[in-house]
Design a protein around this ligand. Structure first.
Ligand code: NG6
Ligand code: CA
Length: 511
């Protein structure tokens, strides 16, 4: 089922009247954006070892894409590209961000949130942010309102984690201030040096009572788990990892309830299934895959909370939900959570090669589901090659907006592909691996730029980078697993894809 390239199209919904919706008719839009959820991690994508009934409900009455891509194989560049419509490789400072990074998207940049805000939507981001906060890296005062945050780039409401659950500060930030702030425990954060008298994971394994690290993650200890970066204070504002998903779901549901009578845009970025995987006790022991399987179940539960809320408020019919992930799957990403040992037959990347970080398909090929009962009446599987980079231009068309000059430079209108599952013309898709290697997909062909360097990631996870000294060309229709490099047999296709990449790279303005 997963190598869908070979399957014929299922019945597609009747042609849609796409384009600007009349003002009173505009759908609510919810992006449910998972973290590190792989192509093969959902039952609607063929997973057997875990069941995801709420996500499957979207697939059963929406469009399921089997050739969808994030713009990058890690979080920060992927989210940057998705929210701005500009490839992250065009900009310095868009690699995986520390928890004390300054805001990577500048207030003057146009974002998906600006688009909806200007179109009269109420906008929110709830969950994992990972795009920096404040004006200056390492100089934020976490005990006061942040000088720059999500409201400066179009979000009316926010309840976010600054970076990731494995990076300090381990607190939620609501409307630009630490939520549940505890004045008795002022917060200090550093990525440069430890704080005196604060125990570190590398010295005090005895304090790591919830999860031990397998690589990295040996600095600050919060909730019995080692993190990246140093932190002091926080008190009652510190999150408990087992409650993160519920906090995110609650704030998302409250936002929907508050805005039920006007159009809203919700970017719901879950912490699941990123490390440290430490789901709520009610999921414990429920998956044969252990913590990683339980984190997938918890993700599905969050989706269920959203769907139940929409049903209860009568909003399901005219809410467009796009569910996807920021990058491909990863198994051991730095904590000894038995993900590797308990995997058995489960294939987090489906039949794709490699994982998160990689230039191979496991890096940026992601699940993607689109659900909008009012427009999409019949379920289908779409084989169109689609990318998140095109969301902003496509959604602009949907709400009848014109992007300002220079905004979202890499985003193209692919609304027909995203909402009807069939494209008028095939678009090429560029993806970026963790080492900045670029790959391009056009039709069945995928080309990976030559880049020297190790074949395996040298710093921790056992993952193939996709690096090679020579051109790589794969025919994904015949060889989804990227086993046979056919660059030498098809020099004309290599030349064509190289030329497209070259002209795209030439567009980058030097800062
Ligand atoms: C890596 C982390 C990994 C994860 C990743 C970013 C170590 C050893 N590994 O550096 O655990 O946090 O960065 O993941 O620190 S992402 O999905 O947010 O891009
Ligand atoms: Ca991620």
């Amino acid at each position: 089922m997963q190598d869908g390239l070979k399957y014929s199209l299922l019945a597609l919904a009747a042609p849609l009247a796409l384009g600007a919706q009349s003002a009173g008719d505009r759908p609510n839009v919810i992006l449910i954006y998972a973290d590190d959820l792989g192509y093969g991690d959902l039952s609607c994508y063929g997973a057997q070892a875990v069941s995801t009934p709420n996500v499957d409900r979207l697939a059963n009455s929406g469009i399921r894409f089997d050739n969808a891509y994030a713009a990058a194989a890690t979080s920060t560049p992927s989210r940057y590209a998705m929210l701005t419509g500009e490839y992250a490789w065009r900009r310095a400072g868009t690699d995986v961000a520390a928890g004390d990074a300054a805001m990577i998207i500048k207030p003057e940049q146009y974002t998906l949130a600006d688009l909806f805000s200007e179109a009269g939507y109420k906008t929110a981001v709830v969950g994992k942010w990972h795009l920096g906060l404040g004006e200056e890296s390492g100089r934020q005062d976490w005990n006061a309102p942040l000088k720059r945050h999500t409201k400066d780039i179009g979000f009316d409401y926010s309840y976010i984690m600054a970076a990731t659950a494995d990076r300090v500060p381990c607190v939620f930030i609501e409307q630009g201030q630490v939520a549940n702030y505890d004045p008795t425990a002022p917060i200090s954060v550093s990525y440069a040096k430890p704080f005196e008298n604060e125990p570190l994971g590398r010295d005090r394994p005895d304090l790591l009572y919830n999860l031990k690290h397998s690589h990295g993650h040996d600095m600050a200890i919060v909730n019995g788990i080692g993190r990246i970066g140093y932190m002091k204070g926080g008190g009652k504002a510190l999150w408990r990892d087992e409650d993160i998903a519920d906090s995110i779901a609650t704030k998302a549901v409250e936002f929907i309830e508050r805005n039920q009578s006007e159009p809203f845009f919700l970017y719901l970025a879950t912490n699941d299934v990123h490390v440290p995987r430490f789901p709520h006790p009610r999921f414990r022991g429920k998956s044969p895959m252990g913590l990683r399987g339980e984190a997938i179940m918890q993700f599905d539960y969050t989706v269920g909370q959203v769907l139940q809320t929409l049903d209860r408020l009568g909003l399901t019919e005219n809410t467009l939900i796009i569910l996807s992930s920021d990058n491909g799957a990863v198994i051991d990403d730095g904590y000894a959570d038995s993900a590797e040992e308990l995997l058995r037959e489960h294939k987090p990347s489906g039949h794709s090669r490699s994982y998160k970080y990689s230039a191979f398909e496991g890096g940026a090929r992601i699940p993607a589901l689109v659900h909008w009962p009012k427009q999409i009446q019949q379920p289908s599987v779409s084989h169109e090659v689609v990318s998140q980079i095109d969301w902003i231009a496509s959604l602009a068309k949907l709400v009848g907006s014109t992007l300002p000059e220079g905004a979202a430079p890499d985003s193209r209108d692919a609304l027909q592909a995203w909402l009807a599952g069939d494209a008028t013309e095939p678009l090429y898709i560029i993806t970026q691996a963790a080492n900045k290697t670029l790959a391009i997909r056009l039709g069945d062909w995928k080309y990976i730029q030559p880049k020297g360097g190790p074949k395996m990631i040298p710093w921790g996870p056992e993952i193939e980078t996709g690096n090679s000294d020579v051109d790589q060309l794969y025919n994904l229709a015949e060889d989804l697993g990227e086993a046979n490099n056919v660059a030498e047999q098809h020099p004309e296709i290599v030349a064509k894809l190289k030329a497209i990449l070259k002209s795209e790279q030439a567009k980058t303005k030097t800062e």
